[in-house]
Design a protein around this ligand. Structure first.
Ligand code: G3P
Length: 214
């Protein structure tokens, strides 16, 4: 299973990269806006830290605009994956960029049917939003799993990125379901490392060691 970090915060990315468990990074317009820095420079800086797929989202909503912007983003670094929202125009742009060998991550996917269309358009990745589906009472990880099943059935080359991950339980369920990738906020990554028995175990080992040195 691959783990991506879902942030545009350079410090968070540096800290997570040092752990050696991060395979890529995803960003979106909200995450970029939060950092108040230049979009392209931020993506370039992320590419210098993590050697893996780095998703950079287009702002345009029309197909031509998405294609133009996608080409520009792809020029930043060979690892850039152009993130395109799932709309009819998004499908057109995904298909056009795919034809030019530019990798696309179709985002804002909320149903297996949207996932199927994204695969057919040539998306390299699809991002179903688990947390936002849960917000409206659906089982978001189950939808990710349904998308993954469709891809397996037809041998599409597309990989699923479970997005809008809000908890360690989400990550665990993704792993149980065999989801290709989960993109997670830094806070969830930090929580994944924590266990009270690890902390108390270290305390006891250190206390016993000190006693033996007297
Ligand atoms: O990867 C998508 C993510 O950034 C959205 O998360 O928590 O705003 O639904 P959230």
């Amino acid at each position: 299973m691959q783990l991506f970090l879902d942030t545009a915060n350079i410090e968070e990315i540096k800290a997570a990269a040092r752990l050696g468990v991060i395979d890529g990074v995803t960003t979106n317009p909200s995450l970029i806006a939060k950092e108040k820095k230049d979009h392209k420079e931020t993506i370039r800086a992320i590419c210098d830290i993590v050697d893996g797929p780095i998703s950079a989202e287009v702002i345009a909503l029309d197909a031509e605009g998405m294609i133009t912007e996608g080409r520009e983003l792809a020029k930043i670094h060979e690892n850039v994956v152009v993130k395109i929202p799932f709309t009819p125009d998004g499908l057109i742009a995904t298909n056009a960029l795919h034809e030019e060998d530019i990798s696309v991550n179709m985002t804002l996917i909320f149903s297996p049917n949207q996932a199927l269309l994204a695969c057919k358009a040539g998306a390299r990745y699809i991002s179903p939003f688990a947390g936002r589906l849960e917000d409206i009472g659906h089982d978001g990880i189950e939808v990710c799993s349904q998308c993954q099943d469709i891809i397996g059935t037809y041998d599409y080359l597309t990989e699923v990125i479970a997005a809008s991950i809000r908890s360690t339980a989400h990550v665990f369920r993704c792993a149980q379901e065999g989801i290709d990738i989960a993109t997670i906020p830094s806070s969830v990554l930090m929580q994944m490392m924590k266990h009270p028995l690890t902390d108390s175990g270290i305390e006891k080992f250190m206390a016993d060691w000190k006693k033996s040195q007297n």
